[in-house]
Ligand binder design. Structure first.
Ligand SMILES: Cc1cc2nc3c(=O)[nH]c(=O)nc-3n(C[C@H](O)[C@H](O)[C@H](O)COP(=O)(O)OP(=O)(O)OC[C@H]3O[C@@H](n4cnc5c(N)ncnc54)[C@H](O)[C@@H]3O)c2cc1C
Length: 389
């Protein structure tokens, strides 16, 4: 470990590894620091990713793909089932403890140095400018300087706050999730299953995602304001009892997913935020692996360029680039989410009853959206508002 780098990345999740890879590819000297002992572990994730988001960064590999997804099965509150069969692979179930590790390897191949068990406990600030990090490593407290720090330290990010950025997120946008990886769960290996309704998970959904023969990630997310009344764990216990009373629990995780629009400020003097730390999760689905990789890759590219051109002010282009690629879309998805969760259980049931009247080949996600639109025309108004600004 040197005493100074061009760039330091805090956190070796998907966003951090992509930032490290793309900045290193441009010749920047870079150190990525991860507080945990292993990159990729512990896993706090349902592990589903779309094919489109994945393949722009890495080719699917059987080492870490546990299932290929070609269907969504969605359940209305009254149990009505609608199958969306895409007829081709549209997504993957990952083994994230291996996947994250492989992503970090791509960063190291590009030239990044990586250290685990390296806990960043503060920033080095000079006249309000971020100039490096303070790290606890092997019992020692060390200061490492850098021109840019990229904070990819996940949902509980503190680095952005230390730098003076406003990282606050509304409580109701924070999904409180609980998930188990369970065996004795018979789930189709080619489908992601979603259950909608206040009885399953108010302001969110209950999911069953395949993880191999007889194993699945079973979880749910409940929006923050509902959790005040009843915890996500309590909903989870009820669903497990109802659907999988014979399941054996192999792992269990609890965690938050920031289902909001991206933070207003994702750069400051010498600092950039990426992934969950920047609130780059898809606000409608809660998927943050792919969007975090996209955010991280843009942050890394922009930071690498700023170093190459010796002009640190260029890091502020990051927000514009992110907005072009994803940020604007997230504004729309956030509006859809707002309206979507105003739909009552009875209305959901009606929408699904209409859907099953269509021929299976006509049951598309677009059709679901259009059917929901007929029930909630305000959806369109909200979406139009975002598109038109
Ligand atoms: C229950 C649950 C289910 C989910 N399911 C899905 C899903 O199916 N699909 C999907 O796309 N998304 C899902 N998500 C969201 C997804 O897990 C995250 O959006 C994604 O991991 C974000 O990547 P990241 O790199 O920003 O952060 P993370 O993956 O959280 O990585 C951040 C890293 O920073 C490290 N770190 C933190 N602080 C410090 C520090 N001070 N010093 C050094 N290192 C530090 C952490 O140890 C961690 O390794 C789920 C989330 C939860 C909680």
């Amino acid at each position: 470990m040197k005493k100074e780098y061009d760039i330091i990345v805090v956190g070796a999740g998907p966003a951090g590894s992509m930032a490290a890879r793309y900045a290193s590819e441009q010749g920047a000297s870079l150190l990525m620091l991860e507080k945990d002992r292993d990159v990729g572990y512990p896993v706090r994730c349902g592990e589903a990713i779309t094919k489109r988001n994945l393949i722009q960064f890495i080719d699917p590999d059987p080492k870490w793909v546990v299932a290929e997804i070609s269907k969504f099965v969605v359940y209305a509150p009254d149990g009505t089932e609608v199958v969306f069969d895409f007829g081709e692979v549209k997504g993957y179930m990952l083994e994230r403890r291996i996947f994250d590790y492989e992503l970090a390897k791509t960063a190291s191949t590009a030239g990044a140095e990586i250290l685990t068990r390296a806990y960043v406990y503060d920033l080095i600030l000079e006249d309000g400018k971020v100039c490096g990090v303070k790290v606890e490593y092997r019992g020692e407290k060390i200061e490492i300087k850098s021109k840019i720090v990229i904070a990819a330290d996940g949902v509980e990010s503190r680095v952005g706050r230390w730098a003076g950025l406003k990282t606050h997120i509304d409580f109701r946008d924070m999904e409180s999730c609980f998930q188990v990886t369970a065996s004795n769960v018979n789930a189709p290996q080619d489908a992601l299953q979603f259950y909608l309704g206040t009885n399953y998970a108010p302001g969110g959904y209950f999911w069953v995602f395949p993880k191999g023969e007889n194993i699945a990630n079973v979880g749910l997310g409940v929006s923050g304001d509902h959790c005040k009344k009843r915890s996500s764990l309590s909903y989870m216990n009820e669903q497990m009892e109802k659907f999988f009373p014979d399941a054996s629990i192999l792992t269990q995780v609890a965690g938050g997913v920031p289902c909001s629009v991206t933070l207003d400020e994702i750069t400051g003097d010498g600092i950039m935020l990426a992934g969950d730390a920047a609130r780059q999760v898809n606000p409608l689905t809660g998927g943050g692996i792919g969007s975090g990789m996209i955010g991280g890759s843009i942050a890394g590219k922009v930071a690498g360029e700023a170093i190459k051109k010796n002009d640190l002010s260029l890091i502020h282009n990051y927000k514009k680039e992110w907005n072009k690629k994803r940020g604007k879309l997230h504004l729309i998805l956030d509006k859809i989410k707002e309206e979507f969760f105003k739909i009552s259980d009875e209305e959901f049931n009606e929408i699904f009853h209409k859907m099953i009247k269509h021929k299976p080949e006509d049951r598309t996600l677009n059709k679901l959206f259009m059917t929901a639109l007929a029930k909630k025309p305000s959806l369109l108004v909200e979406v139009a508002k975002v598109i038109l600004i």
